[in-house]
Design a binder for this molecule. Structure first.
Ligand code: GDP
Length: 443
């Protein structure tokens, strides 16, 4: 995917070589590619149209910089514009001089509202801020229990009055309780419906009126794609939101909803949910989201990352391990992850002169191979990773790993053989000897 978009942009942009200005005429192909990429990332159609108009404005008149890959230059323009639209930097939660800060959670049912309430509470608790969660969803009986269970799990108190009480009263009394307890943030979970309906909006508006929240956060499921725009519009017009949380970003979605929410409401995404666990919450960063929406690690940041990730001490440790033949599967996994952290293999190879001509099939093959290897190592026990010889000796261990990782036994055997061979080769090189070339026969 990464390659496909980058290549298409580059093709579209190549036509600009030799021209020194970006004009309305010569930019159209490239804009079409951006449009496709955004739609594929689930950005709402209208939002895409507005965005493309912005990009065109930003690009027009820009000098085509000689010596710079024109595709990358254009990508940079698009990227910068995306970051700009999404608000440049992270916007934190509201804080108030007098406690408690009141945060109201709004959204449709199933978006992850209750989970997000607990995630936020845990996030705040880790920053040494005390919280109270308030359960006002009286319609879905399990909702109150769900919040109580989450509360116990993260050790944050929950205020509730059962399912007979009025949600507005529960919210109001919840805030009173927070004052009484002296906590500094109160998080109010509210009822959602499967679809927007009038009574839900009226009730939310009343709760809002009663507790005067400092932050009203719309919880949006990133998987809803195009719909995120309408949802945001309705909630913002009828309730008035001050921010949003985009959940389920751990899924396949590229997160185009982020752009829609921001452009329609003008309000910032403050957090993203990246999993079902209560810890799975991250502050939202426009630059990271822009990379994700364009489906390409920013080329510049890839270089920076590469510098960051390779810790000299780590490298030295690895070297001495190699010399002592202590290099094991854990080290191997670490190296593989290091590579992955730095972006896709394809992205990395492209930065290496001479290797940037590898076909995308070659790169894909390589990436697949890495994934398979990782799956097999993941199926090994701690002991086996530390001591690869265990595997060389035991067919039953290899069989178990094959089963666990969903690979053929022969593949596991091959991995172990290659690993052992590589290790002894490295060791010989370390000792200054000439390695016997494996697979060459003779010798
Ligand atoms: P609510 O009806 O809006 O309160 O939604 P819930 O908090 O009950 O969440 C609905 C479902 O989505 C649950 O199964 C959650 O575990 C799941 N969920 C919530 N947030 C995330 C997330 O960020 N990632 C994933 N994968 N699942 C999530």
């Amino acid at each position: 995917m990464f390659d496909a978009l980058a290549e298409r942009l580059e093709d579209a942009w190549k036509k600009l070589r030799g021209q020194d200005k970006i004009t309305e005429n010569n930019i159209q192909d490239a804009l079409t590619e951006v449009r496709r990429a955004l739609l594929a990332a689930d950005v709402n159609l209208q939002v895409v149209k507005n965005f493309i108009a912005d990009v065109e404005k930003a690009a027009l008149g820009a000098e085509v910089i000689s010596g710079v890959n024109p595709g990358q230059q254009f990508i940079k323009i698009v990227y910068d514009e995306l970051v700009k639209v999404m608000g440049e930097s992270n916007v934190p939660l509201a804080t108030t001089a007098t406690a408690p800060t009141v945060i109201l959670m709004a959204g449709l049912q199933g978006t992850g509202k209750t989970t997000a309430t607990a995630k936020l509470a845990l996030y705040l608790r880790k920053q040494k801020r005390s919280c109270l969660m308030v359960a006002t969803d009286i319609y879905r009986p399990a909702a109150i229990d769900q919040l109580i269970t989450l509360g116990q799990q993260i050790e944050v108190p929950v205020f509730e009055l059962g399912s007979e009480a009025n949600p507005v009263d529960i919210a109001r009394q919840g805030v009173e309780k927070a004052k009484e307890l002296g906590v500094d943030t109160v998080l109010i979970d509210t009822a959602g419906r499967l679809q927007i309906d009038e009574s839900m909006m009226v009730e939310l508006a009343r709760i809002k009126e009663a507790v005067k929240p400092d932050d009203t956060l719309l919880v949006v499921d990133a998987m809803t794609g195009q719909e995120a725009a309408n949802l945001t519009r309705t909630f913002h017009e009828q309730i008035g939101i001050t921010g949003a949380i985009l959940t389920k970003m751990d899924g396949d979605t590229r997160g185009g909803a982020a752009l829609s929410v921001r452009q329609i409401s003008g309000q910032p995404i403050k957090f993203i949910g990246v999993g079902e666990k209560v810890e799975a919450l991250q502050p939202f960063y426009p630059d990271r989201m822009a990379s994700r929406i364009l489906n390409m690690g920013d080329i510049l940041s890839l270089v920076e990352k590469a510098q960051e990730e390779i810790d000299i001490a780590d490298v030295e440790k690895m070297q001495s391990k190699i010399l002592e033949a202590k290099f094991d599967f854990n080290d191997f996994l670490k190296q593989m992850r290091l590579m992955k952290n730095m972006g896709s293999l394809g992205g990395l190879l492209k930065m290496i002169p001479g290797l940037n001509k590898l076909s995308s099939t070659d790169i894909e093959k390589g990436e697949k191979e890495l994934k398979r290897t990782e799956a097999m190592i993941n199926s090994m026990t701690v002991e086996e990773r530390k001591n690869p010889d265990l595997l060389a000796k035991s067919p039953s261990r290899r069989r178990r790993i094959a089963k666990g990782s969903g690979h053929a036994e022969s593949e596991v055997s091959k991995l172990v053989t290659n690993f052992t061979r590589m290790r002894s080769m490295m060791q010989q090189m370390g000792q200054g000897g000439m390695p016997a070339m494996p697979g060459m026969g003779g010798g």
